[in-house]
Ligand binder design. Structure first.
Ligand SMILES: [Zn+2]
Ligand SMILES: [Zn+2]
Length: 335
């Protein structure tokens, strides 16, 4: 079958290209697994991190891709349209799995990292780890909801925001633009303040209903109850802490931060940035419930992602454009 295969880790540049378009054998199913014929797969910033070695390393060679939509061709639920998300499996028996926190399970396995994912014609997955896709969405529309949307939803939940509270979004790419849409639906009286270094993203945010959009170190007209940060660096977190109200919470939605500006953390000013019960919380992975709840809510709310389509074989191009910051919404591969 056709696939885009990652053989080794390296910085993503135009030359050499990281993924190669090659034929590989179709997956063979173990008991309890299903074979999904992929029609669309979203491109995620985490894949950049995988390629460039900022996450726990994938098994190699690996088929990346953890936002796959397709039809079950073999196994339980044959003929059903499903999505495959970042959570490929968890143990089901530990304290985390038993308390609805399977995202924190020590045995957590990620699609497109620990097992092959959706940058290919077929992918296999455990039957209890596929997600039904609401009819409201086409395959390409549903793909970015599976990670960008689901983890954005989890971030919003972990932010403790209540309706009417002020929300800040640091960075405005694939995930945070869906958080803004979700916030408009779930918290109609909340004002959203967007911080981005990219003027196009700021304009995009205002067009989606943000109350204000400014630079990363911009000063919004009101203090914030919560901030969700999706940037790969630390500077924005220190800025976010300054903007929080007493008792406010900063949620960091990033699998790894770059080392490049780590030294800014030594400038943390306790009185203005952490005192008064301000909190910092990271968001790790997703649970199946996050994915399914978000898909249902997004269908009810009429939320659709903004995305650009690419052919599977142009995955390198899509990733490179993502790295260069040429993002409006998200990117989806047509398989
Ligand atoms: Zn992702
Ligand atoms: Zn577990």
């Amino acid at each position: 079958m056709k696939s885009m295969l990652l053989r080794g880790l390296a910085p993503l540049t135009e030359n050499p290209i990281p993924l190669t378009y090659v034929d590989i054998p179709e997956p063979t199913l173990a008991s309890g697994e299903v074979l999904v014929r992929v029609s669309a797969c979203g491109v995620c910033h985490t894949e950049l991190d995988e390629i460039e070695g900022r996450t726990p390393p994938p098994h190699l060679p690996v088929v990346l891709g953890h936002q796959a939509v397709g039809v079950i061709e073999e196994g339980k639920g044959k003929g059903q349209r499903v999505g495959v998300a970042w959570i490929a499996s968890a143990c089901g028996e530990c304290e985390y799995c038993k308390s609805g926190q399977e995202n924190l399970c020590a045995q957590f396995q990620a699609t497109g990292r620990d097992v092959d994912g959706g940058y290919a014609k077929y992918t296999k997955v455990r039957a209890d780890f596929v997600h039904p896709i609401p009819e409201a969405f086409s395959d390409v529309e549903a793909a970015p909801l599976l990670c960008a949307g689901a983890i954005g939803y989890r971030s919003l939940r972990l932010s403790n925001l209540r309706d009417g509270g002020n929300l800040g979004l640091m960075g405005f790419g694939g995930s945070n633009h869906l958080v803004l849409k979700m916030t408009n639906y779930q918290f109609p009286n909340t004002k959203v303040f967007v911080f981005s270094r990219n003027p196009e993203e700021r304009e995009f945010a205002l067009s989606l209903g943000a109350a204000w959009a400014g630079e990363i170190d911009g000063v919004p007209p009101e203090a914030l109850d919560a901030v969700i940060d999706t940037t790969p660096v630390w500077g924005p977190d220190l800025e976010a802490l300054k903007r929080l109200k007493p008792g406010g919470r900063l949620v960091i939605n990033a699998i790894r931060k770059q080392e490049t500006d780590k030294q800014v953390l030594t400038t943390l000013d306790y009185p203005s940035q952490l005192w008064m019960e301000k909190e910092i919380k990271s968001v790790a992975n997703v649970t199946r419930a996050d994915v399914r709840e978000f898909l249902e809510l997004a269908a009810q709310a009429g939320i659709k992602p903004e995305f650009q389509e690419y052919d599977l074989k142009d995955a390198n191009q899509a990733l490179l454009e993502m790295k260069q910051g040429k993002i409006r919404g998200t990117k989806v591969l047509k398989v």
